[in-house]
Write a protein of this length. Structure first.
Length: 312
């Protein structure tokens, strides 16, 4: 992907420190975790795709979340599992930059998708009579295209700026490649990278946070004012699920990025936070939405019953 990467040498990811007796259990755990993540997210994708009752704005926007989760899991797990079983922590510079790009692409994609879903709930609860007009098919396509356009157009320059340098160091501070760790390998002037990275972090984390805060304040106000107890309960339950998913990703990502800029943070804590960003959201998103969203839960049950019945 980044053919003009400045260094064709090998980089060394942080050692896992696994005793020999834990290598194969870790390999099995990593493989099963990846397969489970892919299976659950593909199940959500397939259910939404084949069930016409789920062809609504909320679920069309949700459709983008498993795609992003699969991208993140695939960027991390296969190389991680291979390095566990082979005890080889080497990775080429182009492969490292590519892995970092897709991992950041996943994180940004999730934040933007969750922001769009919050906007959808805001319109549905606060402006129910205008919902079909505002969230029409053309507007839904525009929102979806905008999500991935913003994501790609913000992430690509970030890693083009990285790829123009030659690395003077080879030891990566984390167990996977990411932009902060790559910055620590460069001995030249990286002020432009830092400025762009900080601006990107504020825009792509601050923007979704402001959207979530505004929409949920308005949703809460509308729920308090409504006289329909059932409608209020359903709205709060749906929004509570969405807010939990967003805060899990937002807080974890924020602490991970900040930890790279504080010298005395424990490397173990930083690595644990970094890995949790790649494990928990892709693992929990399909479970949370599948169990807490009644229509999706029913759709998944019907999809599984139909397919298991057809195999008998």
């Amino acid at each position: 992907m980044f053919g003009n990467s400045s260094s064709e040498g090998l980089l060394m990811l942080a050692v896992l420190g696994l005793p020999s007796t834990h290598i194969y259990p870790a390999f099995v755990f990593g493989t099963l975790a990846y397969l489970f993540i892919v299976f659950c997210n593909v199940l959500v994708l397939a259910t939404i795709a084949v069930n016409k009752k789920l062809h609504k704005p909320m679920f069309i926007l949700l459709f983008n979340l498993p795609i992003s989760d699969i991208v993140g899991a695939t960027a991390f797990f296969p190389h991680f599992v291979f390095s566990v079983v082979s005890q080889n922590r080497l990775i080429s510079s182009p492969a490292c930059i590519t892995q970092a790009f897709f991992i950041h692409f996943y994180g940004t994609g999730n934040l933007l998708v969750l922001s769009a879903m919050a906007y959808d709930r805001y319109v549905a609860i606060c402006f129910p009579l205008k919902y079909n007009t505002i969230m029409s098919s053309p507007n839904l396509i525009k929102i979806t295209v905008l999500i991935w356009f913003i994501n790609f157009s913000m992430m690509l320059p970030l890693f083009i700026l990285v790829a123009r340098f030659k690395f003077c160091r080879t030891n990566i501070a984390d167990i996977y490649c990411n932009n902060p760790s790559l910055m620590k390998l460069i001995c030249q002037d990286i002020r432009v990278n830092n400025y762009y990275g900080i601006a990107t972090m504020f825009l792509l984390m601050g923007g979704p946070l402001l959207i979530i805060m505004y929409t949920y304040v308005q949703i809460l106000r509308t729920c308090v004012m409504t006289n329909h107890i059932d409608a209020r309960k359903k709205a709060i339950q749906t929004c509570g699920t969405h807010l939990a998913v967003f805060l899990l990703l937002q807080i974890n990502t924020a602490f991970t990025l900040i930890s790279h800029r504080i010298e005395n943070v424990s490397p173990f804590l930083r690595r644990a936070l970094g890995v949790s960003v790649l494990i928990f959201p892709p693992f929990l998103d399909p479970i949370i939405y599948g169990l807490k969203t009644r229509e999706l839960k029913q759709g998944i049950n019907m999809f599984l019953k139909r397919n298991f019945a057809s195999t008998k």
